[in-house]
Design a protein around this ligand. Structure first.
Ligand code: GLN
Length: 470
């Protein structure tokens, strides 16, 4: 293939016009170290896509991207990181992905994840291990760890993730890139495998703010195939940011590194002339129990469809449909997924719904009201993303229970439905640490604006030797 123009009309590097062999070599070298993709194949797509793409003038013409392997993309398989979907091909393409393809972007592969999005490390994947490109002994975060690692290593300029409790923002923070969780409902979930339907959103992981913005604006919009989707009304104040509420972290569980990085970000905002005020969110102590009550309840219902009878993994054991289903689920699901199905079934069991699920829903509303009240006097809220930087594989640094407790800063935006963006803040002992901004509903523009100012004034360190797509 010949090297033609390297930039499309919007100035983005486009892989289909590049020397493909050197790109593939680059991907292979990194992939051996980080294991971010479950499937990678530009050949299968590029033949058809190349002629299409070369005629496209869209802002994303020829731009390659990765898609977390819990989205349906025609001509790729969909594993959701679980053995139970082994060998299942996607019969159709998710609306979010389709819109990006219509704008000229090209799916080059499917990225690794914690099975069904359940986890914070990508170690709960039954398919492979993903390493953090900044330190291969450490996790890339999760559950969209493959997407974040691929973007940080420069394999793609952006990748899609899903965010139910932080799965886009936490791995973005661990890998030193941007992670956007949009307002609930503004991007169609059609074709995204449901984990917890009232919390799930489609998110973007990217190396630059501009790319996150372009991808989000391309994907957003109401979709007849997702009846929870809504039309984005646009920002109420052109995305202007003057006053920022800074979450008090005094009693929080932050590591020293994350605390230092957080204070650094606060200092930068003040230096840039933003007005900052301390804020408290009293309901924070309830966020994790409420999240895990709602998420597991919804997951137990959503995952009932994987029964080994219709598609996917089917056990060789078991007589009759009942036993076959039981054996297939037992052998096909991993431990973390089973734990959550059991928890979800427990909180939903007959006679106990008021005690758990309904109570959690009431507290969820109270948390949202608290945020609405805070937003009466500030334009944005700044808070940490995760209490630690990337931890080591296994449970030595943070066991599975501690990982759940550590979701407090991210799962808040899912419970409230509000948009949030993880922004790289600093390198601490060689590891990236991010900071998170949350905005009122539909105010993604405020998130982009603050991130653009910070990006211009304090460019985040890029991993040396990685491909720069901008
Ligand atoms: N750590 C969260 C969980 O395990 C993240 C989930 C997500 O956003 N998919 O539930």
């Amino acid at each position: 293939m010949q090297a033609k123009a390297h930039k499309n009309s919007s100035g983005w590097n486009s892989v289909l016009f590049e020397l493909r062999d050197s790109y593939l070599r680059y991907v292979k070298d990194w992939e051996e170290k980080i294991g971010s993709f479950i499937e990678f194949d530009i050949d299968r797509l590029s033949g058809a896509a190349e002629s299409d793409v070369s005629h496209k003038e869209g802002p994303l013409a020829g731009v390659p991207f990765g898609v977390k392997d819990n989205f349906a993309v025609e001509s790729f398989n969909i594993t959701c990181g679980s053995k139970i979907l082994e060998g299942v091909a996607s019969p159709y393409t998710a609306t979010s992905v389709k819109k990006l393809q219509d704008a000229g972007a090209v799916v080059v592969g499917k990225t690794n994840l914690d099975a069904f999005g359940m986890g914070s490390s990508t170690d709960n994947s039954a398919v492979k291990v993903t390493n953090n490109p900044w330190d291969l002994m450490r996790v890339a975060g999760g559950s969209s760890g493959g997407s974040a690692a691929a973007v940080a290593a420069g394999l793609v300029p952006f990748a899609l993730g899903s965010d139910t409790g932080g799965s886009v923002r936490q791995p973005a923070s661990f890998c030193g890139v941007y992670g956007l969780k949009p307002t609930y409902g503004v991007v169609s979930r059609y074709g995204l495998t449901a984990y917890a339907s009232s919390l799930d959103v489609v998110g973007v992981i990217s190396r630059t703010v501009e790319m996150a913005k372009t991808v989000f604006n391309t994907m957003k919009g109401q979709d007849i195939k997702d009846n929870t989707s809504v039309k984005h009304p646009g920002s109420s104040n052109s995305g202007k940011v003057k006053k920022i509420g800074i979450l008090n972290i005094a009693d929080g569980p932050l590591s020293e590194d994350v605390e230092r990085s957080y204070l650094l970000s606060r200092g930068r905002l003040e230096k840039l002339g933003y007005e900052t005020v301390n804020i408290e969110v009293p309901s924070f102590e309830y966020v994790v129990p409420v999240y895990y009550t709602i998420a597991t309840a919804e997951a137990s219902a959503n995952l009932a469809r994987f029964n080994g009878l219709r598609y996917g993994y089917r056990s060789k054991n078991g007589n009759g449909p009942g036993e076959l289903m039981q054996a297939s689920r037992d052998e096909g699901f991993g431990d973390e997924v089973k734990l959550r199905i059991l928890l979800g079934t427990y909180v939903l069991r007959s006679g106990f719904q008021d005690q758990f699920y309904h109570k959690a829903q009431k507290i969820r509303t109270a948390i949202r009201n608290e945020f609405d009240r805070i937003f009466e006097s500030v334009d944005l809220i700044m808070m940490p993303v995760f209490p630690t930087a990337a931890f080591k594989h296994g449970s030595a640094d943070l066991d599975q229970f501690q990982q759940k407790v550590a979701d407090l800063y991210t799962c808040t935006a899912n419970l409230t439905g509000l948009p949030a963006l993880a922004v790289p803040s600093s390198l601490e002992k060689g590891l990236p640490v991010g900071v998170q901004f949350t905005a009122p509903a539909f105010e993604e523009d405020r998130l982009f604006n603050i991130a653009e100012v910070l990006e211009a004034e304090f460019p985040s360190p890029k991993l040396s030797g990685t491909k720069d797509w901008s």
